[in-house]
Design a protein around this ligand. Structure first.
Ligand SMILES: NC(=O)c1ccc[n+]([C@@H]2O[C@H](COP(=O)([O-])OP(=O)(O)OC[C@H]3O[C@@H](n4cnc5c(N)ncnc54)[C@H](O)[C@@H]3O)[C@@H](O)[C@H]2O)c1
Length: 252
């Protein structure tokens, strides 16, 4: 085991081929973790795979699956945990449509909830029996700075992140007795696809730097460092918490 105790661990990472996920997955692989990335985007999965150094390729397991296809998701998860228990679940995949509340259709609201919340529930449900049996597990729910109430036109997204925070606390209370901790990671503003919803990228970049205490943009390595810590043995007494990774923008 490495100093973090993560070498040889197994992680399920939804949306792990995305903007934050790709960089974080590469760092987790380097830590010695076997990472199962569940993502629907074949091009992003291939791009991730292409960046993995040869010596680490065996640790990366790619699963092209649409998290909204519940039967396919469940079959994928059962296949993973049938081999051996997953030690870490990172519920990270998200949809983030932006428009006024009144313009959202029921189908759009359902899709955001399906990816951002229900898939997290499915992954946790699949991994929990193995974690419980081995007396060790880490569940990490990726929420968002937008929960602070300072962004508009993101109703279903903010709603979903609120649900993830509630699940974090409910699961932490229930699973702690089995050695399973549950925490939320709340990223601030990172320059990924999620940011492309803003109409004025340069102005947005300047605004972010102005608001942050730390005068540089966040990177996937900042998220990876947070995952590494919260997933490590050293964080075993931390559960039910939300850790903001936002350069000191919102201080909770
Ligand atoms: N980037 C930011 O500034 C920021 C800020 C706050 C919170 N976050 C959160 O961080 C997490 C990662 O964000 P990101 O910036 O990497 O976003 P991203 O869009 O780059 O990555 C999300 C990934 O989820 C996948 N995905 C979406 N729907 C899916 C589905 N139905 N089935 C399978 N995969 C699906 C996408 O293919 C993509 O690879 C999200 O939870 C997001 O809400 C990001």
């Amino acid at each position: 085991m490495s100093a973090t105790g993560l070498n040889g661990r197994r992680a399920i990472y939804t949306g792990g081929a995305g903007g934050l996920g790709t960089g974080a997955t590469l760092e987790l692989l380097a830590e010695g973790i076997e990472v199962h990335v569940l993502d629907r985007d074949r091009a992003k999965l291939s791009a991730l795979q292409a960046q993995v150094p040869g010596g680490l390729r065996d640790q990366l397991c790619l699963h092209e699956v649409d998290l909204l296809d519940r039967a396919a998701l469940w079959a994928c998860l059962e296949g993973i945990v049938a081999e051996r228990a997953a030690d870490v679940v990172i519920n990270n995949a998200a949809l983030y449509p932006s428009k006024p509340f009144e313009d959202f259709t029921d189908a759009e609201l359902t899709a955001v909830h399906g990816v951002n919340v229900e898939a997290a529930i499915a992954c946790t449900r699949a991994a929990l029996p193995g974690m419980r049996a081995q007396g060790w597990g880490r569940i990490l729910n990726v929420t968002s700075i937008t929960l602070s109430g300072q962004w508009e036109n993101l109703t279903p997204y903010v709603q979903s992140k609120g649900a993830l925070l509630g699940l974090t606390r409910a699961w932490a209370r229930e699973f702690g007795k089995w050695g399973v901790t549950v925490n939320a990671i709340a990223p601030g503003a990172f320059p990924t696809d999620a940011e492309k919803i803003h109409p004025d990228p340069e102005g947005y970049n300047a605004m972010v730097l102005d608001r942050q205490a730390v005068k540089r943009r966040g990177t996937p390595a900042d998220i990876a460092a947070t995952i590494r810590f919260l997933a490590s043995d050293a964080a075993g007494f931390i559960t039910g918490q939300s850790l903001a990774v936002n350069g000191g923008w919102i201080m909770e």
